[in-house]
Design a protein around this ligand. Structure first.
Ligand code: SF4
Length: 518
């Protein structure tokens, strides 16, 4: 049976948002794709891995997100359209090479896909990566459903190639993990000749004969020029849309929040009372388009998922355009600032702004808080999980040897659940690779009881090796507890270098953790 992402142009398929991104990558001519597993992003590379041989794409699970981004940059530098996809927290790892890569310029499109997880359903933070891309000064596209997830992937790759700058495609859980109809576009399968090109090298090292600090402000100026061109490209490609012509209220929205807005306007039957500015390229923000709309509106409601990113842009554009308007959103307190947005809140906010009564009906199952439907319990290990026995043995040893006095710090993975009852072994957990570095600090703090760091096999290879070397070099007295189940288990059992398998299912050299640790 044909894989759903390999249908012909014009076919309509029911795809997950992440599968739609994978299809977009194929339509966009991506030849190299890299990732590190993480919910809600994993299905992008998993899908590409399933069809990689058939469509001729090189795919890999990299050892971490930073390496994944570097792989994508290296391939783009050699004329291959490339992408790296990851969960929002993974982008924190990418910041260093990203900040460098924005100052170069390659012949091929280069895409960074971030799947943000508002409310932290499967994450330890709910950061909004539009802010990170803003800091890196790169264009951001934000799809609102699976169809746009595919279409914007293609747009983003083309824009990146035209501007010679990376582009961020920002999804959130409700787009990445939503299934929807997707009409497929043309498949683009060209194999480009690999050739090195970097504007930094040709324009500065070769032509001017120098690189280094004197060049940085010039590279930064070029980046600003590229952003100005991005704003013009957004206009040319009609990436930001105005819908409706109602004078009472201007709604500014993007991403999944726009889908909620559309539904609410229809439900409330207020099509003639609102105008909607749907922002698709959120950076650079379409300030002039907004200022035109502000001439006919005195009240603005900003609806977005994550931080009040658009709301700040709206206020700035209103100030610059000398427009006197009321701006409502997360900063004004109209919309809850933390946690995931939902359709009920969006509808209520629009109704309140327009003075429309909302029917006080019984909520549907989908609208009920989970706590009302389920028996509260903490997340725990699967039945038969080997980690349970490992933590039990550790707990017994701790009780016997140090009478229960110890400090145990964990990383992020299934073993994080070792802090939950009934085991309650770890007192605290941090980020990927964090436990070993923090255990070094705790060990040198003068604490008079044992310090234990815990990580899994995939996390060890992802981020623990520098911390372990640091512990050995600086003689930190600690116990490093590595729970090796030969998979990136929590995110769906993806392979890693310790499994001896690649993303495409090929045999690879198996990296033994004990050999590295020795
Ligand atoms: S998925 Fe995680 S919790 Fe479940 S058995 Fe594997 S390691 Fe244990």
């Amino acid at each position: 049976m044909q894989h759903p992402v390999l249908g012909a142009a014009g076919e309509r398929k029911l795809l997950l948002g992440n599968e739609a991104v994978a299809r977009g990558a194929i339509e966009g001519g991506v030849e190299v794709a890299a990732s590190y597993p993480g919910t809600p992003a994993s299905e992008i590379l998993e899908t590409l891995a399933e069809v990689a041989e058939e469509v001729g794409i090189y795919v890999e699970w990299s050892t971490n997100e930073m390496v994944a981004w570097e792989v994508a940059v290296g391939a783009a530098m050699c004329n291959k359209r490339s992408m790296a996809s990851m969960k929002h927290i993974g982008v924190n790892w990418v910041i260093d090479p990203l900040m460098h890569s924005v100052l170069h310029g390659f012949n091929a499109g280069l895409l960074l896909v971030s799947c943000d997880d508002p409310s932290g359903h499967s994450s330890a933070t709910e950061q909004d990566n539009r802010n990170l891309a803003y800091m890196a000064e790169i264009p951001i596209l934000e799809p609102s459903d699976p169809q746009e997830a595919k279409d914007f992937t293609v747009e983003a790759i083309e824009i990146s190639e035209e501007l010679r700058v990376p582009v961020l495609l920002r999804l959130v859980t409700r787009v990445a993990h939503t299934r929807g109809d997707v009409v497929l576009g043309e498949l683009r399968r060209e194999t480009r000749k690999p050739e090195f090109h970097d504007d930094f090298y040709t324009e500065f090292v070769l032509k001017k004969g120098f690189a280094g600090p004197r060049v940085i402000p010039e590279l930064h100026r070029i980046l600003h020029e590229k952003l100005e061109r991005a704003a013009k490209l957004a206009e040319k490609r009609k990436l930001n849309k105005v819908e409706g012509n109602g004078g009472e209220l201007l709604i500014v929205s993007s991403g999944v929040a726009y889908s909620y807005v559309k539904e609410a306007i229809e439900d409330l039957d207020v099509e003639n009372r609102v105008t909607v500015l749907k922002v698709e390229m959120v950076h650079p923000f379409p300030a002039e388009l907004l200022q035109e709309l502000l001439r006919d509106h005195r009240r603005v409601l900003v609806l977005e998922e994550g931080e009040p990113y658009l709301e700040r842009e709206v206020k700035l554009a209103a100030f610059d355009g000398k427009c006197t308007v009321e701006v409502h959103g997360k900063l004004s307190g109209k919309i809850r600032r933390v946690g995931e947005l939902n359709p009920v809140e969006v509808k209520k906010a629009i109704a309140e702004m327009l003075g429309v009564e909302v029917e006080d009906r019984k909520p549907s199952i989908g609208e009920l808080e989970l706590g009302e439907l389920t028996t509260p319990r903490v997340i725990s290990f699967c039945p038969g999980c080997p980690h349970r026995a490992a933590f039990y043995a550790l707990k017994r040893a701790i009780n016997k040897v140090c009478k229960g006095r110890y400090l145990a710090i964990g990383d992020i993975g299934c073993y994080t659940m070792g802090m939950n009852p009934p085991l309650r072994v770890q007192q605290t957990v941090f980020c990927m690779g964090g436990s070993i570095g923090m255990a070094c600090g705790a060990a040198h703090s003068g604490l008079d009881h044992p310090v234990i760091a815990t990580a899994g096999d995939s996390t060890f290879l992802h981020a623990c090796i520098p911390g372990l070397i640091n512990a050995a070099y600086n003689k930190a007295k600690l116990l490093f507890h590595i729970l090796d189940n030969e998979a990136t288990a929590m995110t769906g059992f993806q392979p890693h270098p310790g499994t001896g398998k690649t993303a495409a299912g090929r045999e690879a050299r198996k990296i033994r953790i004990e050999d590295v640790a020795r």
